[in-house]
Design a protein. Structure first.
Length: 290
């Protein structure tokens, strides 16, 4: 667990103007990563990543996630390349299917979500490596596109996916897999098996998001987490009490993080809920000895 990275999410409900100071404070506390969110109607992921990178010196910033239907692969690669050149080795790019209903709202729902995600990730990774891309796919068409300024070190491109076929796809085409909130240690064994079936090697990383609330009163902790675990349980199709969280006292939360690391997580990203998120984060990091 010594190599386990600890990250924190800047929640989509928090005002964008608070991001620079939050990022600076999180960096001072010693977290490894800060993850920003791109959901329809909330914030732009690339612009939020740029804000967080510009406000900090060391912090690695992840985008979780850019929906493939909403993004031209060529434009996305251009945006990522710019950030990767200005802030080398400090960016992780997450790409996923996006929420189907949201994609329908803006008229970009694909005929084949799996084909679109595979073609997007494959072409973005190739463009970031400086390749000239010719692709006549089911969903993506690129006719001799090449970046003029590719980064010297391309950022990792990870797939934010949940379902089995998508997890296999991630193992086949992405540098890592981003796992949504609610998945616990028992889930990670199956996720590893599915990405391995797709061809993932030893370098394929697992980044796990987790709801987090730290407090000494178990009832208060449960009340605070309830609306989040209830909604997420419905989305995942599992009972609310099976939605994994990093929660309880600071030492209990640290044990939860350790369990994720022991099960194969390379990075654990805390989505802190309730008041004073930085205080909660500080307590967890202290319990982890950081």
């Amino acid at each position: 667990m010594t190599d386990l990275r600890i990250g924190v999410m800047y929640d989509r409900d928090w005002a964008p103007e608070g991001l620079p100071e939050f990022a600076r404070r999180a960096e001072e506390l010693g977290v490894d990563d800060l993850w920003v969110v791109e959901d329809l109607g909330w914030n732009g992921g690339v612009s939020a990543a740029a804000v967080a990178l510009g406000a900090t010196r060391r912090l690695r910033v992840g985008i979780g996630i850019t929906p493939a239907p909403l993004r031209s692969p060529a434009l996305l690669a251009m945006e990522l390349a710019t950030l990767a050149r200005v802030f080398p080795d400090r960016l992780v790019a997450g790409i996923g299917h996006g929420v189907r209903e949201w994609m329908e709202q803006v008229g970009v729902a694909p005929r084949s979500p799996l084909a679109l995600l595979e073609e997007t990730i494959t072409s973005v990774r190739a463009l970031l490596r400086g390749a000239k891309v010719e692709l006549e796919g089911r969903e993506v068409r690129l006719d001799g596109v090449k970046l003029v300024h590719p980064p010297a070190e391309p950022p990792p491109v990870v797939a934010g996916v949940v379902r089995p076929r998508s997890l296999e796809l991630s193992g086949r085409v992405a540098d890592g897999t981003l796992i949504a909130e609610g998945h616990g240690p028992r889930d990670l064994e199956n996720i590893r098996a599915l990405t391995a079936r797709g061809g993932a090697g030893a370098g394929h990383t697992l980044t796990v998001f987790s709801f987090c609330h730290v407090g000494d009163d178990p009832d208060e902790v449960a009340r605070t987490l309830h609306p989040h675990t209830e909604g997420h349980g419905g989305w995942l199709g599992r009972p609310q009490d099976e939605v994994f969280t990093v929660s309880g006292t600071a030492s209990e939360a640290a044990e939860d993080i350790g369990a994720l690391g022991a099960a194969g997580a390379d990075t654990v990203v805390l989505r802190v809920v309730g008041g004073e998120p930085l205080r909660q984060l500080e307590a967890v990091l202290g319990a982890l000895g950081r």
